[in-house]
Design a protein around this ligand. Structure first.
Ligand code: HEC
Length: 163
């Protein structure tokens, strides 16, 4: 538990919005480290596009918003010092939600995308297990870190188009 203050800081950092661009007049070079990703964004969209039907896209985007809600719920559970309450919200993004997906979807998603998607669902289930078991906030935060790496990894590489 010696790591707790650091982890709480991290949890709060996750829970707080990033400094807004408007408040940043560009005269504070020391504050720019966190904005590095934004600055490096390419003007050209080089993500691999995946063509889906409107219905399939709607279903996947709803799943995505569910992901974000789960992340919010997990951060909230950690920030309020009740890590066990992360279990229910994490389960909402577990393997179970894949059953509701259109059957035509899998054939259209590249293998790497499918693997990353499945791995993300499994990681939410693993987090739920930890939360309802030992419920160690440090472990949960690490699991959330790995989940967010999946989110960012996939978002960097793919986008949807409709056909
Ligand atoms: C396997 C790939 C993949 C993973 C993993 C993934 N996403 Fe996405 N997500 C996408 C794609 C593709 C889009 C659509 C982007 C586009 O078309 O510009 C998207 C869109 C979204 C959107 C926008 C939804 C809308 O209604 O427009 C949110 C929010 C989102 N993702 C959150 C998350 C979060 C949070 C995670 C991790 C917990 C996550 N995603 C993991 C691929 C992924």
């Amino acid at each position: 538990m010696t790591h707790f203050p650091i982890l709480l800081g991290l949890a709060l950092a996750l829970a707080l919005p990033p400094p807004s661009k408007a408040a940043d007049d560009g005269h504070h070079p020391g504050h720019h480290a966190a904005a590095a990703h934004g600055d490096a964004k390419p003007l050209k969209d080089e993500r691999h596009s995946i063509a889906l039907s409107a219905e399939e896209r709607t279903a996947v985007l709803a799943e995505m918003r569910g992901f974000l809600e789960s992340v919010h719920g997990i951060v909230g559970a950690l920030a309020s010092g009740k890590p066990a309450t992360a279990a229910d919200t994490a389960k909402l993004s577990g393997m179970g939600v894949m059953q509701g997906m259109p059957r035509t979807l899998m054939g259209k998603l590249p293998m790497e995308f499918r693997k990353l998607g499945m791995d993300t669902h499994q990681k939410f289930d693993a987090l739920a297990m930890e939360a309802q078991g030992i419920g160690d906030a440090a472990v949960i935060l690490k699991q959330l870190d790995a989940i967010l790496a999946n989110c960012n990894g996939c978002h960097a590489g793919y986008r949807f188009t409709t056909n």
